[in-house]
Write a protein that binds this ligand. Structure first.
Ligand SMILES: C[S@@+](CC[C@H](N)C(=O)[O-])C[C@H]1O[C@@H](n2cnc3c(N)ncnc32)[C@H](O)[C@@H]1O
Length: 313
């Protein structure tokens, strides 16, 4: 059978949803896509958007949606923490749900939790007035922490935690935890404050345009070759510069891997000599999301070209 995934899987940088798309429902971390399909079936007039960080899950859910003939599903591969403010117009979403996310119990991994104060801000940005956020989890402290985070955000009215309440659909993980006799906790927060008009909620714009570095007196090769193998660490991110390739025409390509709070991306930075210096830009192939790590890596490359950094010993 031929699967036309193009109809359903949308590129995260090109996908933009607004009220013009009709009523919007969003599921974060949809796994095998069962619940997403349930939402699409029971809300035929709603556009159901799923965001999932596992490519395998995106493919599986796309097959499910196509085989069920559900045309009101769109799937985005990527990390909700970085995508929510980019993909949705402010105050455009009616409901957002998250079923059984990993609680990342270790303290050193806590930044990877989706339910964090900055996340509540993102949800507030996306939800329309009276829109609802729902979290289902088998981890009691995670439910409590999430409820507290939303209760402390002025824009939400938070109900009490429901234990083993009636749910509209039992997901794969839900069935698994229920079979093990675990309790299921549901947290609901309703958006109450004034709607957000401020596009992007004060975040920096998506793009990271080219940055010009000064010319290298002894050539680009001498300045950027030492980048290969360097590791750049910052608040919440690590970037590994893997290699530097030079073309016969004098251009160079830096390959890099960034990890922002556990979110890994592979990408290239292009270096193009110009009349007055060197232009540094993200390569359009494998275009990454502009996370703090990606942004820092381009700026670091510019500084290396400018000779502002100490050479490696
Ligand atoms: C434990 S599974 C639950 C799957 C499904 N919701 C269920 O209940 O059966 C958690 C899912 O969230 C996804 N996930 C984790 N962090 C994410 C993030 N930051 N953005 C989007 N998806 C994420 C994982 O890839 C995984 O599929």
């Amino acid at each position: 059978m031929y699967w036309n995934f193009g109809d359903i899987i949308r590129g995260p940088l090109d996908a933009k949803f607004s009220r013009r798309d009709g009523e919007l429902s969003v599921e974060i971390g949809f796994g095998n896509g069962e619940h997403l399909a349930h939402l699409a079936r029971t809300r035929p007039d709603s556009l159901v958007v799923g965001i999932e960080v596992s490519r395998w899950c995106v493919t599986k859910a796309a097959r499910r949606a196509l085989s069920l003939g559900l045309e009101n599903i769109r799937l985005i591969y990527g990390d909700a923490r970085f995508l929510l403010a980019r993909m949705f117009e402010p105050s455009s979403v009616s409901r957002i749900c998250m079923n059984f996310p990993c609680p990342w119990p270790k303290k050193r991994h806590s930044a990877r939790r989706v339910a964090r104060p900055e996340f509540a801000g993102l949800i507030a940005f996306c939800l329309a007035r009276d829109g609802e956020f729902t979290l289902a989890t088998d981890v009691e402290w995670y439910a409590e922490e999430t409820r507290e985070i939303f209760a402390e955000t002025a824009d939400f009215e938070t109900g009490r935690i429901i234990v083993n309440g009636e749910r509209d659909y039992a997901t794969k993980y839900e069935r698994k935890w229920q079979a093990m006799g675990r309790d299921i906790y549901t947290v609901t927060a309703r958006r109450t404050g004034p709607e957000t008009n401020d596009a992007r909620n004060g975040e920096e714009p998506d793009g990271l345009g080219p940055i010009d570095a000064p010319a290298c007196p002894h050539g680009l090769r001498e300045r950027v070759t030492p980048l290969a193998g360097e590791i750049l660490k910052g608040h919440g991110y690590v970037v590994i510069f893997r290699d530097v390739f030079f073309s016969g025409a004098g251009d160079a390509l830096v390959t890099a891997i960034s990890v922002d709070e556990g979110f890994e991306q592979h990408y290239h930075i292009k270096l193009m000599p110009t009349r007055n210096g060197v232009r540094c830009a993200l390569d359009t192939i494998g275009r990454p999301y502009i996370t703090p790590g990606v942004r820092a890596s381009v700026r670091y490359t510019v500084r290396r070209i400018a000779g502002e950094l100490q050479e490696k010993p």
